[in-house]
Design a protein around this ligand. Sequence first.
Ligand code: SAH
Length: 511
Amino acid sequence: MSTSNRGKVYLVGAGPGDVGLVTLRARECIENADVIIYDHLANPETLGWARDDAEIIYVGKTPGESRTNQNEINVLLLEKARQGKQVVRLKGGDPFVFGRGAEEAQAIADAGIPFEIVPGITSSIAGPAYAGIPITHRAHNSHVTFFTGHEDPAKAESAIDYAALAKLGGTQVMLMGVERLGSITSEMLKHGVRGELPVALVRWATTGQQETLTGTLRDIAQKAVANGFAAPAVAVFGEVVGLRDQLNWYEKRPLLGKRIVVTRTRKQASVLSSKLRSLGADVIELPTIRIEPPSDLREFAQLVQDSHIYDWIVFTSANGVEAFFNIFFKLYDDAREIGAVRIAAIGPATAQRVKDFHLHVDLQPKEFVAEDVVREFKKQGSIENLKVLVVRAEKARDVLLKGLSALGAIVDEGFAYRNVPETRDPTGARKQLATLGADLITFTSSSTVENFLALALPWPKGMLVASIGPITSQTARDKGLKVAVEAKRHDIDGLVEAIRDFFAGKAATKS
Ligand code: SAH
């Protein structure tokens, strides 16, 4: 998009919170944007998709400060677009459902600037759904009303016609205004809505911090105060609220309420994060490592070019496989150029990456531990005088090199990539960790441990450590950490399973 010299504004719905509920179009806009202007209901995790050089501007509320006012936001949008930038205005939920998106669109249109609207999943529908409340049900209602509990303070009279609302019935969904729930419910009661009408409040819906409070029109306001139930929340009034007893699903998941830190590279994090999230965890993605090309790319490319002269290629990580074949297929247009070489891959994720390139894995040690490769090689026969290429990260442990050389092999090492500390934090994960804390931090390699500690962030109180396997655990212990959870199977699924079992065990001992 940056090649265009005409600025444009994309008014984009970021969905209600769960990153899985962001549309493909929204993601595309974020990936291409020159400037992203977002506020506090737009999940900052989505900013991880932005280009490295994108300008990211927060215009939401910060504690103790007032938010950027609407006029300033409009001015900012126009100014950036007039500079020829592709501007993404990222708003929580759907951009045209309350939250002043319509006014922003008008300001852009008035200025004659091209724009596009990207609808999002609104919290007014997703919130109830994640609380197990369908906003319609044939047996209960045939219409839904959305209203705001927080009106333009400049209006002289309330635009909410409570008499009409009372008569209308059906399902009513209120956005904003949980803090005014007392006066809103008493207006509804005054206008004849029955006191026993079921009501649900869903706060931080679709995120790992979701909480739901149910009651009746008569008691919900007082319950909200008693429970300190603060914004942002969606309120649902109607018989459909009762269906939650049967349909509540999201809040029953095993890791609900657990905040878990994922330290892998941003690119790799998503698999682990989404598995944890689908079990209900509130995930903070705090990448500690970034994958960069090796210091001597030329040397590695030479080894890739000559790969057919080897008897074996050993891949130690999925990143290595990826880096190897990226170069290989730039040099050759035929997979057969790899010759008769046999392939070993350490760990299932590495093997899978090889198979993705439609190549057979001849040797796959079960355990994700380099020492096992040496043992497996020993088992499968002599490798004396055979030529072996080990493809790995720069500065990784060289136990393989020694082990295979000791078996008489002629070993070359190819440094396919470099792990460098991640210094950027576009999603504000570090601040989130500092302010919210966490229950658990996951380490998927020794370098994630080392790089996380190198950031020298304060260790949140009570945060436990989960490790993918013995080598990573040992590194953690060497650095003075206590390991609470260690995966039995040393891959992502194994880690997720161990975390799930760990919290299930804790819950069992508590009750
Ligand atoms: N455009 C947004 C709404 C903006 S108004 C949308 O379509 O969702 C802001 C209000 O939205 C909040 O006061 C709250 O009522 C609601 N809201 C937004 N995200 C929410 C969430 N994750 N959980 C509960 N309520 C949310």
